[in-house]
Design a protein around this ligand. Structure first.
Ligand SMILES: [Fe+2]
Ligand SMILES: [Fe+2]
Length: 157
């Protein structure tokens, strides 16, 4: 099949998205458990966007005549405390960005500009995700983790 390599790559991205969704959901649950309401909308938004990526990949695999490989998930890295949560999510987004870049290059190489364009849009969202994490790490470095946590207890913006 002409698109076999691309479909294999899209299935690899799908596994990354499933992994990311699981990791973000567990991290969201931790913030809910700590009653740090200020961060819950951030995690809700993230989970929704990653679900959108998952849906796009599933639709595109079927459109290209491929088979969705179910249930494959990579290792989920749950952070125990807050700095580790953002470190682990940062690592996951960096891997996503690298893999989307590879997939875009592959789509271009097989002449599938439409898939490449749509993967570029997802890539821009993954870059925003990374930026949001880096900003949170910067906030904690400037304000201190304790002050950052205190603001999020009240759910202030
Ligand atoms: Fe994603
Ligand atoms: Fe992401």
């Amino acid at each position: 099949m002409a698109n076999a390599k691309l479909i294999e790559m899209l299935n690899a991205l799908l596994a990354l998205e499933r992994t990311g969704i699981d990791q973000y959901k567990i991290h969201r649950a931790k913030f809910v458990n700590w009653q740090l309401a200020g961060q819950v909308p951030y995690f809700d938004d993230r989970i929704n966007e990653e679900l959108g990526h998952q849906e796009f990949l599933e639709d595109r695999i079927l459109f290209l005549g491929g088979t969705i490989i179910p249930q494959v998930i990579n290792e989920v890295h749950v952070g125990i405390e807050i700095p580790a949560i953002f470190d682990n999510d940062e690592e996951a987004e960096i891997i996503s960005i690298a893999t989307y870049n590879e997939a875009i290059a592959l789509a271009v190489s097989v002449g599938d500009e439409d898939t490449a364009d749509k993967l570029r849009f997802i890539l821009s969202q993954e870059t925003d995700h990374l930026n949001d994490i880096v900003a949170r790490k910067d906030q904690m470095r400037m304000a201190g983790v304790q002050n950052w946590v205190a603001v999020n207890i009240r759910g202030a913006a």
